[in-house]
Structures are given as C-alpha cells and as structure tokens.
Design a protein around this ligand. Sequence first.
Ligand code: ADP
Ligand code: MG
Length: 202
Amino acid sequence: MEKHFSKERTLIVIKPDGIQRGLVGEIIGRYEKIGLKMIAMKMLVPTPEHIEEHYTLDPEWRRVTGEKTIASYKAKGEKPPTENPLEVTEKLLKNLKKYISSGPVLAMVWQGAHSVQLGRKLAGGTEPLTSDVGTIRGDYVLDSYAMSDTDNRSIRNLIHASGSIDEAEMEIKHWFEKAELIKHTIFQEKILYDVNLDGILE
Ligand code: ADP
Ligand code: MG
C-alpha cells in the first residue's frame, strides 16, 4: 500500500536571524495552525561543513541554483557576475555557510498531508521583498537581492523549508537520528484525516 498522505515529512529550520528576531513562536504557530504535527525539534549551532553538506545533498543543487541565480540577474536586465553556474554557486555557498553557522538555529521535522508543499507555501519565495504577503518571509522580514548583493552576503529569509519529498527525506537524515523522530498522535489528526468523524458525539 502507498504511504498515507498523513505520513509525509518535511524539514523546517529557523535560521539564526529567525531566532534573533524573536520569531520562533510565530513561525511554529503557522505550521501548527495549518494542521501539521511536529515530530522532532532541536536547537544547535551548525558547523559550516554541516551546512555545505545540507545544501549539496542533491547533486544537482549547485547547477540548478547557479542557473536560477544567473537567470534572475538577466530577468532584471543586469549582468551576472559570471556565466558559469558553478562559480555563482560557490560564492552563494560560502555566504550561506557563514550565515547559517553564525548562531543557534532551530531544526524541526513536521509531518502531515502535503507537508513539503505546505512548508514552502507558508515560507514564501526566497526573496522576502517579493515573497507573497501572508507568508513567513513576506510578512516578517524586508531583505532583498539588491541588499544582499550590495553587501555580498546571503539573503536573510528566516527559515529553510525542504523543496521536495526526496530532498526532505535526505535532509531529515542529515539533521536527525532516527530515534529523535517521535512517533505520536495528536488529537487534531482525528478531524483532519478520519474518514467517518464518528468519534465526536457522545
Ligand atoms: P530556498 O531557501 O527558497 O529553497 P535556495 O535553495 O535557492 O532557496 O537557496 C538557499 C538559500 O540561499 C536561500 O534561502 C537564501 O538564504 C540563499 N540564497 C539563494 N539564492 C540567493 C541569492 N541569489 N543571493 C543571496 N542569497 C541567496
Ligand atoms: Mg532550497
């Protein structure tokens, strides 16, 4: 049998700026309120190596991210710093390692139907300036590519959310031991997933 929808898992990491801005409760609240279930959480200061491995778990990440960044320069009518996607990514990665290892982060695993897609939807697009209103990145921070490029740093966008189900599985293994994932039921699952709703009335 296919795994039930309710078993899908995603990795959400509140980055150092999210902790420093006092947004932990707000961010967790968004994921709780949509109906996802937290099954693991820990606070840690990640090493730069841990961050490099995290972003390169997908062997395509360097190429895809480099191409995406070059395309975004061109879309704005600007000249990218280089035409080589891998060179672009090397610089991004260097900045990312500095950003995400700069202080404590909160790593979490959230489980529930469509958790990966919802993790991204509630997070919003990568650049806070253009992320949709109502999303975590869109509502709680003002950073832009213009600022991060000028200062040669990563864009500060509060959280990481896995990009696909495969990515989520690899990332969860990278951040958590199997024993740290706590299998449990929360009562709201009854109303979210129960087919008959026959447990409410006495
Ligand atoms: P997302 O986190 O939205 O999935 P990516 O996987 O493309 O975005 O990139 C990982 C992280 O690297 C982003 O969240 C952001 O902090 C940083 N980043 C990505 N692209 C850029 C860029 N062009 N300039 C500065 N920082 C970037
Ligand atoms: Mg990503």
